[in-house]
Design a protein around this ligand. Sequence first.
Ligand SMILES: Nc1ncnc2c1ncn2[C@@H]1O[C@H](COP(=O)(O)OP(=O)(O)OP(=O)(O)O)[C@@H](O)[C@H]1O
Ligand SMILES: [Mg+2]
Length: 495
Amino acid sequence: MRLDALLDLLPLRPLETAALPPTMQALLRAYVPQAITGRIAGGQTDWIAEQRRVTVLFINLPDLRADLPIERAQQLMQAIQSSLYRYEGSISRLGTDAKGPTMMAAFGLPPLAHEDDATRGAAAALLISERLAEIGFTTAIGVTSGLAFCGSVGSATRRREYSMMGPTVNLAARLMQAAAQLARDDGPQVFCDAATRQAANGNLRFRDHAPLYLKGFASSTVVFQPLQQQGDAPPTASENAELPLLGRERERSFLLRELAKLTDHGSGAVVLIEGEAGIGKSRLLADLVARADRPGLHIVSGSGSPVERATPYFAWSAIAAQLRDGSARPAEGRQPLLRALQTAAAQEPLLVIFEDAQWLDSASWSLILAASQLIQPLLFCIALRPLADPSNDFQALRYAPGTRYVRLEGLTIDAIAELMRLSLGVRTIPTSLVDTIVLQAQGNPLFSSELVAAMRDSGILRISGDSAYLVGDDTPKPGVRASKTICSCPIHYAA
Ligand SMILES: Nc1ncnc2c1ncn2[C@@H]1O[C@H](COP(=O)(O)OP(=O)(O)OP(=O)(O)O)[C@@H](O)[C@H]1O
Ligand SMILES: [Mg+2]
């Protein structure tokens, strides 16, 4: 019997879902990102489709070909996975298309969002290219930051995936392609967009790359390349501070007095400057460094890192490298660090700055206390956010007799008004605007600036000549989201 033609269409039947035996389920689960399994385990299968602020990595993997031995492919994947997970990023997809074998990864996907995701993304990209080069693979990575549509795509009951879409994602892919062209001759490359550089600039150093014309983008795109940390000090807020320091007269003169005691009388102290995120700790320290930068005083600085909070003496290692003129040594212990401080302080008074000390490990706190008791002339100025769970070593330092404590509160109304005028480049602003910002941001300069920027971006706030004014009524509309750092908290204004 032979089939010549079909007289009628066969009725369509939905495919049956294969019943998965439990052992197979457990095996397949290993292929689903942790962020997704966590939500499924919590019974949350209705995915929130949302615009999220994310940092996206497109990783080009030209060596991941079909003929690559499986052991080498495993090595490559492990190097990428461990680098991403170190910074708490997620792998989104591995696929191949016209761009070649490519992995998409992201920072800021639920449940692992951090305020410093742009820094984490750029640092992870550097680590991936370094680790892959060590094991003989080449790579090129595009890193972008911004809003992206994040949500599930596909059928509600069958195959679906959690995906990211939008211009931020497209730009990362284009940057990766541009980086891949350069990588063919010059080795591994990481290209970042302006938003990533801007968000990570206080923590990483970047080199400008010539602007590029990328497919799908009407105008040229500015491109930056993150640089490996060389054990030198991270850039301080002073390098980023465009506006003058406003207010803070009391804290400023207190710090200058401590500095004078160090330089004139050789007597040091430990000054703890505590305050919430964005309140102005780094800005105050930058002002101190600018004023203290003179011959006869040696200034060194280090910074805690959320990623390295369990690494003993992490912030101290940058300080030790500066004390030894840039020569970093791996994993130094307490005694060598004390000796390095002793040698430096014997030559000239020493000012040691710690930034982001909320992420110091307890051995580092203990070393600060020991150094302050053993070594002179030595002044520590330490900026930290309030600690949720202070260690005993921190408490010992906090209540030691030589410790001075400065609590930074919000700026005054006058200072916030001036901050707004300067950041908008105007001479007058409505009082109602100042009142609203002070009410919402409680004098926090970072949140104030971000609120003003958000209101400007959304058209509520306009500028005419040297005045700023509010459009429509004089109260901001609900639903405005601040642009960068505080994007994850929706801001609702009083109606
Ligand atoms: N007194 C001030 N005058 C002008 N600008 C300020 C002042 N204080 C802070 N700023 C600005 O506000 C922003 C946040 O300040 P800063 O980075 O110093 O906060 P921080 O307390 O160090 O925050 P974090 O805990 O996140 O490190 C910066 O852009 C800074 O320049
Ligand atoms: Mg700071």
